[in-house]
Ligand binder design. Structure first.
Ligand code: BGC
Ligand code: NOJ
Length: 810
């Protein structure tokens, strides 16, 4: 069943009923201020850090689900309802939620009263704007009592949920007209407060939760709304909330628009107070002044639309297959921006409390957005590199606010360093900017240890070279890309985190995947060395890569596919000799991506084995057979029930590795098939089973061993976004940034007869049309650039601000 449809023209997903199988959310915000916004107006917002600076409360894992948000209650002639459906689950005569690029719009109606809420974070300000319009569609006058409602979080989301003995006594607010200020902890160590305001006079307000809701009531039955009168309660401790009571009179056909602003404000230490005990409201005044009319809100939304039009104009695609077009051209790139901003911190599956920016995650996310905001990618690379240890290893995560490595998780994931080379190479290929290599970047955030980014890359490279095991393959450390392959952990303690528990470095457990990643990124590293005159280093790297390739050939091949690893006892993982976990997806995809086994047919064999043993109708599972028991020597991977997560789930992140690998073999039909299987737009009408948003990728879809085979989880924050974008844009549609320019190298299904791509690249635009009337899968016959035949397949970087016509014949 479908719960909505794509409005391609407006780049919106239109949800047509509120009871989606899971809250279907959107992200508001681009730089510092973010909101998570569900199709029933649930969610929360924060300034920069979802843990330390959260403005509103959210309850994960709650019943009912998705409790808490920016709620509006309407009381129309005694009839009380919530126009976003939740929290009252009101029956509605009309409902629609449009999630667009950085904004959402909920429209509904009941008994002749229409409601629209447009919610977004404006480009440069730290606030959410909710423009609410009420329209009387009936034939009689209406006197409506409207109540807004948000619940303040006591800033630190972790303490907020745990430290009640303190929290119940610290909540403080100020009220001034239509503005409610949340100033908990402001008197002591905070210089910031929140404001929840509306641009019209109010009839009253409430700031104490219990007074507003009534004893033992939930959000679905606030006594105050039913009574039709606010209590003007002033919170003192307990749970501070913000509720405005607004009286709206509407004659038949009349509309009124109100602007609600939920903002974050900061004062310099010396200017904290207006007078003793009263916060300085200057920043709030300035902010609210700016958005004091519906027209001002509209202008801010228009500016946001321009911003996205601009960004998404950098890569567009047109083809017959509209599902691919809307994903590759719009939603996939949009999700890449969100993963760039959030890493794995704040979603409906990630609490925003625990996980900072991941070293490997952020480097991979970069592959999906470097073409959109290259300057921000540059800054991100330098931030990430600054957390690297002098020996080339890396903190697995760092905190975005402090930009410091996260000690709680620590280090020892031995794939981490290589992703820095991968990210930096992608940036240089996109921009041609080699100067990034000369930037001085600290190690371990210590200025005195700073050296150039190039030195960071070299240390990354050498870390692998100097951490080899008995077969000459890289030691895995805590884990490699697969966080759950914990070969040195042997955890027996319930509740212990597999990611942080002791790492009994065996000096034996090796990863074929890291070996393949090394061979894959190696050539980029060599190119970077050669192009910057570092010939000796290039030669050193060539030797190391040749040796690694040799080790994979000798010890990493199982006969029909590539092995996955050796455990701490030297036993094979991902081998036909194993009982469970005989074949894994990751090493097979990456080995072929690295070009291993291309001459002797092993590459093809490996991918055929993947297809035969791992493929399902919903995508390729991570391994087979699923582990039926917990294996002390394997760790978390065997802790999941069969078919979920890393234990034979369809872990979407690595499906595009197979897609890319298939294009390397030239099998365009198969490549496209693997692309579509995990692509959400192709499963839109299967939403009851898939459950997650049809416009974004999910980290995992339950595999064939799971009772809920086909059900997705962990939507939004996943490396799947970046890698699928790489697979479709660079390898299937075949427009790939290389050091010298844009390589044109499509690999498509023979049935795809034509398509076009526009690509912004190093200061010029290329309008590329591909003619495949020949029905081929790979291979370019001719290319013309602005009417002239091109020598080879690489479009030069023209950098002249013009649009160039490229015609490709396959
Ligand atoms: C999950 C992984 C995740 C890891 C780190 C594990 O429980 O299965 O997907 O990367 O936790 O948070
Ligand atoms: C999610 C993590 O964010 C990512 O770093 C990891 O590679 C995958 N899980 C696989 O375990």
């Amino acid at each position: 069943m479908q719960y909505g449809y794509f409005d391609d023209e407006r780049r919106e997903y239109v949800i047509t009923r509120p009871d989606t199988p899971y809250p279907w959310i959107n992200y508001l915000g681009n730089e510092d201020f973010y909101g998570l916004f569900s199709n029933t107006s649930g969610g929360y917002c924060f300034y920069r850090d979802a843990r330390m600076l959260r403005l509103t409360r959210y309850r994960y894992n709650n019943a009912p689900t998705d409790a808490g948000g920016r709620y509006f209650y309407l009381r129309d002639n005694g009839d009380v309802w919530t126009p976003s459906w939740m929290p009252m689950k009101s029956s509605l005569d009309r409902y629609e939620c449009r999630h667009g690029m950085g904004y959402s719009r909920i429209s509904s109606a009941r008994n002749g009263l229409a409601f629209t809420q447009v919610s977004f974070v404006p480009l440069k300000d730290n606030c959410e704007i909710h423009k609410v319009t009420l329209t009387n569609e009936s034939k009689t006058d209406k006197n409506i009592d409207m109540f807004s409602f948000i619940e303040f979080c006591l800033w630190n989301a972790n303490d907020d949920m745990t430290n009640f003995q303190r929290n119940y006594s610290i909540g403080e607010v100020e009220i001034e007209g239509s503005r409610i200020y949340h100033k908990t902890e402001y008197r002591e160590r905070r210089n910031h407060y929140a404001v929840w305001a509306v641009n019209v006079p109010v009839a009253g307000f409430d700031t104490d939760r219990q007074t507003f809701l009534g004893l033992y009531n939930g959000f679905d039955h606030p006594d105050t709304v039913f009574a039709g009168k606010a209590n003007n309660s002033v919170a003192s401790g307990w749970a501070p909330v913000g509720s405005h009571h607004i009286k709206v009179q509407l004659s038949p056909g009349e509309s009124k628009a109100l602007v609600f602003v939920l903002g974050y404000c900061e004062n310099p230490e010396e200017e904290k107070w207006e007078r003793p005990g009263v916060i300085n409201k200057k920043p709030a005044n300035a902010l609210l002044e700016k958005y004091s009319t519906p027209e001002a809100a509209d202008r801010a939304l228009a500016a946001l639309n321009d911003y996205w039009n601009n960004l998404l104009g950098r890569f567009t695609v047109d083809a017959e297959d509209k599902r691919m077009v809307r994903m590759a051209g719009v939603w996939n790139q949009y999700q890449c921006m969100v993963t760039f901003n959030m890493s794995r911190s704040a979603s409906y599956f990630e609490s925003g409390i625990g996980r900072g920016m991941g070293f490997r995650d952020s480097n991979q996310d970069l592959l999906g957005f470097v073409h959109l905001v290259p300057e921000r990618a540059r800054a991100r690379i330098l931030d990430i590199a600054a957390t690297q240890f002098p020996d080339g290893s890396a903190y697995h995560q760092y905190q975005p606010l402090t930009r410091r490595g996260n000690n709680e998780v620590g280090s020892g994931f031995n794939d981490d360093p290589l992703w820095l080379i991968c990210g930096a190479a992608a940036y240089i290929k996109e921009t041609g900017d080699y100067s990034i290599l000369d930037e001085k970047v600290p190690f371990d955030n210590k200025e005195e240890l700073a050296d150039t980014l190039f030195v960071h890359l070299k240390r990354s490279f050498d870390y692998t070279v100097t951490h080899l095991g008995p077969h000459g393959l890289p030691l895995i450390g805590r884990a490699d890309w697969n966080d759950c392959l914990n070969l040195n952990c042997f955890s027996k303690t319930p509740g212990e985190s597999f990611q942080t528990t002791a790492n009994f470095e065996s000096g034996v457990a090796e990863s074929v995947l890291i070996a393949a990643i090394f061979v894959y990124t190696g050539p980029d590293y060599i190119e970077i060395c050669r192009r910057t005159g570092r010939t000796q280093e290039a030669e050193h790297a060539e030797k190391a890569i040749a040796a690694m390739t040799g080790a994979i050939n000798q010890y990493g091949w199982d006969g029909e596919w590539f092995l996955r690893a050796y455990d701490a006892h030297g036993k094979k993982i991902g081998s036909s000799e194993c009982e469970d976990g005989q074949i894994f997806i990751e090493s097979n995809g990456f080995a072929v991506m690295a070009g291993i086994g291309l001459e002797d047919g092993r590459g093809q064999k490996a991918l055929d084995s993947v297809k035969e043993r791992l493929d399902t109708k919903y995508g390729i599972v991570l391994l087979q057979p699923a582990y039926k028991e917990y294996h002390l020597e394997l760790g978390e991977v065997s802790s999941y029930p069969p078919g979920y997560k890393e234990n034979a789930g369809i872990f979407c992140h690595n499906n595009p590795w197979i897609t890319i690998a298939e294009t390397i073999l030239g099998r365009g039909t198969r490549a496209f098939e693997t692309y579509t299987k995990i692509c959400p737009a192709y499963r839109e009408d299967d939403s009851d089973l898939r459950r997650m948003e049809p416009y974004v990728y999910a980290q995992m879809v339950a595999g064939k061993d799971a009772p809920r085979f086909g059900e997705a989880k962990n939507s939004w924050l996943t490396g799947t976004a970046a890698w699928t974008f790489v697979s479709i844009s660079q390898y299937i549609l075949g427009v790939r940034p290389e050091f010298d320019g844009l390589l044109i190298d499509p690999c498509i299904p023979s049935t795809m007869k034509k398509y076009s791509v526009t690509r912004h690249f190093r200061g010029a635009d290329y309008h590329i049309t591909v003619d495949n009337s020949a029905g081929s899968e790979k291979g370019v016959k001719s290319i013309t650039l602005d009417g002239k035949p091109l020598d080879g397949a690489v479009l030069p970087a023209l950098g002249d601000g013009k649009t160039h016509k490229v015609v490709v014949i396959m």
